[in-house]
Design a protein around this ligand. Structure first.
Ligand SMILES: Nc1ncnc2c1ncn2[C@@H]1O[C@H](COP(=O)(O)OP(=O)(O)OP(=O)(O)O)[C@@H](O)[C@H]1O
Length: 187
């Protein structure tokens, strides 16, 4: 039988379906089994019930910053949000680079239009995918519309999962199990 070389697990799905929650749960399962997990997540920030933007967090150090806000004056615009390239790079890109060096598993949430405004982010994503370590990443459902998204999705070492209401409870333990198997094999 041909040896599978899949080691990069991508999670997609419509906005708000639970992609961030899914990768955080995978990270928790792996951490509870003694696996060192690094990388970054982004999550929405609400004020008085209204979404005002997104923050970014290094999941290993807990360091947090602003990824995007309504009302910022400098930076690329994505819909009504302005991207804060400084925190994206000093927290997000650094978290990925550190994870490539020091973690057993790399989490990247998410590969999306905001994040891809940073060339350094895209380069760090490619380095993580090219590394020997398992990557668990979320990817925007419209990623196939961009060249970067296409390039990532066409890789032979990538497996794509689409999150739905029906499967979102089962997805984290399932992906965690696949990743744990890979780590055991290479340990
Ligand atoms: N399995 C689940 N069961 C119940 N609620 C969930 C589940 N997964 C996510 N949620 C809830 O749905 C909301 C959106 O989740 P989350 O931020 O993880 O989605 P997302 O797909 O990452 O969103 P975005 O597209 O904005 O990045 C959150 O309030 C979260 O608590």
């Amino acid at each position: 039988m041909e040896k599978s070389n899949v080691k990069n697990f991508l999670v997609t799905g419509r906005p708000g379906i639970g992609k961030t929650t899914c990768v955080i749960r995978i990270a928790e399962i792996l951490t509870s089994r003694g696996v060192t997990v690094g990388g970054m997540v982004t999550y929405e920030v609400r004020e008085k019930g209204e979404r005002i933007g997104f923050n970014i967090r290094d999941i290993y150090t807990g360091r947090e910053g602003v990824l995007a806000r309504t009302g910022l004056t400098q930076g690329p615009r994505v819909g009504k949000y302005t991207v804060n390239l400084k925190d994206l790079e000093t927290i997000g890109v650094e978290a990925i680079k550190t994870a490539i060096q020091q973690a057993q598993v790399i989490i990247i949430d998410e590969i999306g239009p905001m994040e891809l405004y940073s060339k350094n982010f895209y380069t760090a994503v490619l380095s993580a995918l090219d590394s020997t370590k398992p990557v668990i990443a979320t990817i925007h459902e419209k990623a196939p519309n961009s060249q970067e998204g296409k390039t990532i999705l066409q890789r032979k070492d990538v497996k794509l999962y689409t999150l739905t209401f029906a499967n979102r409870e089962n997805m984290p333990p399932m992906i965690a199990k696949e990743v744990a198997t890979l780590i055991t094999k290479t340990a």
